[in-house]
Design a protein around this ligand. Structure first.
Ligand code: FAD
Ligand code: NAD
Length: 478
């Protein structure tokens, strides 16, 4: 590649206008810096158009219907099934019809300059942007370049897959009609959420997971979600890896070990994601081309000298969730501005506004299946692996008065992971209907390192689901 010289100067160049890039750019600008934000597709990123928002829009009507069926009195009033066309239409309103003009307006109103095109690095502080109209812009960043390019799906090595039409998260969240039959490959978050969404919308779904479901979570989470999927009618096959896939007469044929064939209209491949770095020309700044970009807690890319290259969000591989990426973006944007003003040195104090310290201790996540899985911090196994003196406390959620009011036959479980040496909560998992909104209480307890004896005085209201906190602390022995 020929050497790129010169270029228009700006304080900060942010590559990628997903939720993370937008937040980082905004914070740096609020700190007094001029910012150019570069985007090659839609401003708002994967989350707004093909991930968080449309997937939840597809799931929640089914959950509302199931919740009504669990509530005698309301159940009798519900006589029909989901209106799939209405669900898909509402999903499309959440993606603004895959039109980013409202987000573009926000970028302008926030005082940021938007440059449409594909950005690549061209040596220290230099970014080249190739626009769709064939023009090229060269930018030189006085203070920092921040890479916020997100992630792309990983496709497994599977015979026949490259030649067989398949969905990734984009088609799974953007489809305009309900497939008659759908095979989902994978057992992670995308797989379980999309399997349930499409089954409840009328598809016959088969889920093929090579091990269990939701591998990173407490084991009971995957077990309860698997049971719920099966109760919905999903054919859940764990411990199964297909031998090959093929297209036959407009359908997809998945061949399992032993020769059994699963035939479907669509195949969704949901086998994980990797850092989106392919077009970034990372080698021009001395980095390997395959990512992820490893950063310190202020977002500085560790392997690049001079401290000018930052990264945040999925591309760093730290905590691939919108809220956690935005948190890292706030820290990095503030750190860039503070360093430009001479107010911050190389080291960032842990738990200061310039450090994404929670990434290592308290990442909250909700899996929006029915039942929901809401977790934060360490699982029991992870706490043990870190050498903590662990005690795990479990409670059945159905025994909590608030839960029994929400649904007849409420099924769910809660777990606290306690560090016995410090007598603080280092992890929590709730599985059940409506537990997502419980999660922030646990996040506050973990981040605040609230001693159990003090947590005892946080009295949950009666009769709410939050009373599970009281049951957990009683079970612990308080
Ligand atoms: C199906 C699904 C559901 C999900 N649901 C949730 C959820 O409910 N909650 C949650 O917290 N997380 C969820 N996630 C994860 C979430 O979508 C990501 O963590 C989040 O989008 C990461 O934000 P980001 O800004 O880092 O990356 P992205 O959102 O991927 O944005 C990156 C942007 O960079 C642009 N870009 C890339 N390369 C270049 C380049 N060279 N030049 C210019 N622009 C470039 C891309 O076009 C994109 O717009 C979900 C993910 C999936 C797949
Ligand atoms: N509600 C949410 O917060 C939410 C929703 C969806 C996605 N996300 C995030 O998006 C990211 C991507 O999700 P995902 O579900 O694609 O990834 P994941 O890492 O959660 O799950 C990947 C799954 O694919 C399986 N797998 C991997 N390679 C395979 C192979 N070769 N053959 C068969 N199976 C294979 C794994 O065993 C695992 O079950 C995750 O980090 C997730 O946290 C979050």
């Amino acid at each position: 590649m020929s050497e790129v010289v010169g270029g228009r100067e700006v304080d900060v160049v942010v590559i990628g206008a997903g939720p993370v890039g937008e937040n980082l750019a905004d914070r740096a600008h609020r700190g007094g810096l001029s910012v150019v934000l570069v985007e090659r597709e839609l401003v708002g990123g994967e989350c707004s158009y093909w991930a968080c928002m449309p997937s939840k829009a597809l799931l929640l009507p089914g959950h509302a219907l199931a919740a009504a069926h669990r509530l005698p009195g309301a159940a009798q009033a519900v006589t029909g099934g989901l209106d799939a066309a209405a669900v898909l239409a509402r999903r499309t309103t959440f993606t603004h019809g895959w039109d980013d003009s409202s987000q573009e307006e926000w970028v302008g109103s926030a005082g940021l300059e938007l440059l449409r095109g594909t950005a690549r690095l061209a040596g220290e502080r230099r970014v080249v942007v190739d626009a769709p109209d064939g023009t090229t812009t060269v930018l030189t960043a006085r203070r920092a370049v921040a890479v916020c390019t997100g992630s792309v799906p990983v496709l497994p090595r599977l015979e026949g897959l490259p030649e067989t039409p398949h969905w990734t998260n984009r088609e799974a969240t953007g489809a305009q009609e309900v497939p008659g039959a759908l095979v989902v490959l994978g057992g992670g978050v995308v797989a379980v959420e999309m399997a349930q969404a499409w089954q409840r919308l009328g598809s016959r779904v088969t889920l093929l997971a090579r091990s269990g479901l939701l591998g990173g979570a407490e084991p009971f989470a995957g077990e309860l979600v698997g049971a719920a999927l099966a109760a919905d009618g999903v054919d859940v096959r764990t411990g199964t890896s297909p031998e090959r896939v093929a297209q036959r007469g407009g359908q997809v044929v998945v061949t399992l070990p032993g020769g059994e064939e699963v035939v479907a209209d669509r195949l969704l491949v949901a086998t994980g994601r990797r850092a989106a770095v392919d077009t970034l020309a990372l080698e021009t700044v001395g980095l390997p081309g395959d990512g992820p970009l490893e950063v310190d807690d202020s977002g500085r890319v560790l392997a690049v000298p001079g401290g000018w290259l930052y990264a945040a969000g999925d591309v760093t591989g730290r905590a691939p969730l919108t809220h956690q990426g935005k948190y890292a973006a706030r820290a990095a944007g503030d750190a860039i501005a503070a360093r430009a003003a001479g107010d911050l040195g190389d080291q960032v104090p842990a738990w200061s506004r310039y450090a994404a310290s929670a990434d290592a201790a308290a990442v909250p996540q909700v899996v929006f299946t029915d039942p929901e899985v809401a977790s934060v911090g360490l699982t029991g196994r992870e706490a043990g692996e870190r050498g903590l003196d662990v005690r795990v406390v479990d409670v059945e959620l159905g025994a909590v008065a608030g839960a029994s009011l929400v649904a007849d036959g409420y099924t769910g479980r809660a777990r606290l992971v306690v560090d016995e040496t410090r007598r603080v909560v280092v992890g929590a998992t709730f599985v059940g209907q409506g537990v997502a909104e419980l999660l922030h209480s646990a996040t506050v307890a973990v981040v605040g390192e609230v001693p159990l004896e003090r947590l005892w005085h946080a009295v949950p209201s009666y009769p709410t689901l939050s009373e599970v906190w009281l049951r957990l602390l009683e079970e612990y022995g308080l």
